[in-house]
Design a protein around this ligand. Structure first.
Ligand code: MG
Length: 370
């Protein structure tokens, strides 16, 4: 199942914005991975909500543990398919660093606030700003000076854009698909969060194993297999046994589906990958399970009163703090006030709030808004 011929060719690397000498024992993608791990924005993922806020439990995923799960899945797939595992790992670790506090609620609310000024908030663009300028770790350049390849993969991790569609991404080959290593991230992300949300939702008591089996193809068969093998095991343990097999089924489906679609596309080299539609996909069976799982989670987790209430509070909070800073920009920290010389106030406020962790946001809001 090797796709070694389509592994990102390191000789065609466009490299870094500010040239740097090669490292004696780390590849360029390994260095990018290490720079991401050492970035502040990466550490802040620890206190950013994935789906369930910290009020609900202290052993559910946060955005950092989710990121580690995505990286583990993406690396497995890259390694089985003989793609560049380090490139994939760097992209997986970076895929969520542009997320504001309070998950999608925070993102939606920042976007809503920016739309009042004819602008928008986008976490992919925010991620690019973080690694290009907000991180200050080097004396010779702003940001992390990541390779072009990793920056391109970051801005295209979940969707493509056509020439002229996103002027701020013009440099990143609009109209062309990213390498397979970058295409992998989107589905590795989906497999990771669907199975994790199933795990956390079950632990939160939002549904039973029977309800999953009735809605998700293959789940019933996996459950029957486990019940036969471990009839005396407590339900919570059987749930975990089934969950492991479900992850395995989806990851195997991602490997097989991608290998099959690449084979039928006839792609021989990176140029083909760039011009053809995205080729990373789940096998038909795994795709069916994944879609059903998504629908199930939407109904049983994301739209439950518990989470809708969390989301409403988050939106209200973000809106209140955003408007507080618009009215009293003097309350912004000095380094952010300095940016007002070049940027409109709403942009400065948006970037500041987007960088906050959930905890820092709560403490700031409590201090300023009571
Ligand atoms: Mg993610």
């Amino acid at each position: 199942m090797t796709l070694a011929r389509l592994r990102y060719p390191s000789e065609s690397m466009r490299g870094r914005r500010y040239p740097e000498p090669p490292h004696p024992y780390r590849s360029e993608f390994q260095r990018d991975r290490d720079r991401i791990v050492h970035a502040r924005a990466f550490r802040r993922l620890e206190d950013k909500t994935q789906v369930f806020g910290e009020r609900l439990s202290d052993h559910f995923r946060n955005r950092l543990t989710h990121t580690i799960e995505v990286s583990q899945i993406a690396r497995t797939v890259a390694s089985v398919l003989s793609l560049d595992e380090d490139f994939t790992e760097a992209l997986a670790l970076a895929h969520d660093i542009g997320h504001p506090p309070f998950a999608h609620a925070g993102e939606e609310e920042l976007n809503r606030q920016m739309q009042a000024f004819g602008e928008s908030f986008d976490h992919n663009l925010n991620a690019l700003h973080l690694v290009e300028s907000f991180e200050l770790r080097y004396a010779r350049f702003p940001g992390l000076n990541l390779t072009f390849e990793v920056r391109e993969g970051m801005v295209k991790h979940s969707r493509d854009f056509e020439p002229g569609e996103r002027p701020e991404f013009d440099e990143y080959l609009p109209g062309l698909r990213p390498p397979l290593e970058a295409q992998l991230i989107d589905l590795a992300d989906e497999v990771a969060y669907n199975t994790a949300d199933l795990d956390d939702g079950y632990a939160a008591g939002l549904f039973t194993m029977d309800e999953i089996a009735a809605a998700v193809p293959h789940y019933g068969e996996l459950t029957a297999e486990i019940e036969q093998q471990f009839p005396a095991a407590p339900e919570k343990v059987r749930f975990q046994e089934v969950l492991r097999r479900l992850i395995d089924l989806l990851v195997s489906g991602l490997i097989e589906g991608t290998a099959a679609s690449v084979a039928s596309s006839g792609a021989q080299a990176l140029e083909d990958i760039r011009r053809l539609p995205r080729l990373v996909r789940l096998s038909p069976g795994a795709g069916e399970t994944n879609r059903a799982l998504k629908r199930f989670l939407f109904e049983m987790v994301y739209s439950t009163p518990l989470l809708l209430e969390e989301r409403r509070r988050a939106c209200e909070g973000v809106s209140a703090l955003f408007n507080f800073y618009l009215a009293q920009p003097d309350e912004l920290p000095e380094s952010h006030r300095a940016r007002m010389e070049e940027l409109p106030l709403h942009r400065v406020v948006c970037d500041y709030i987007a960088g906050m962790t959930d905890g820092y946001f709560r403490r700031t809001a409590a201090r300023l808004l009571g």
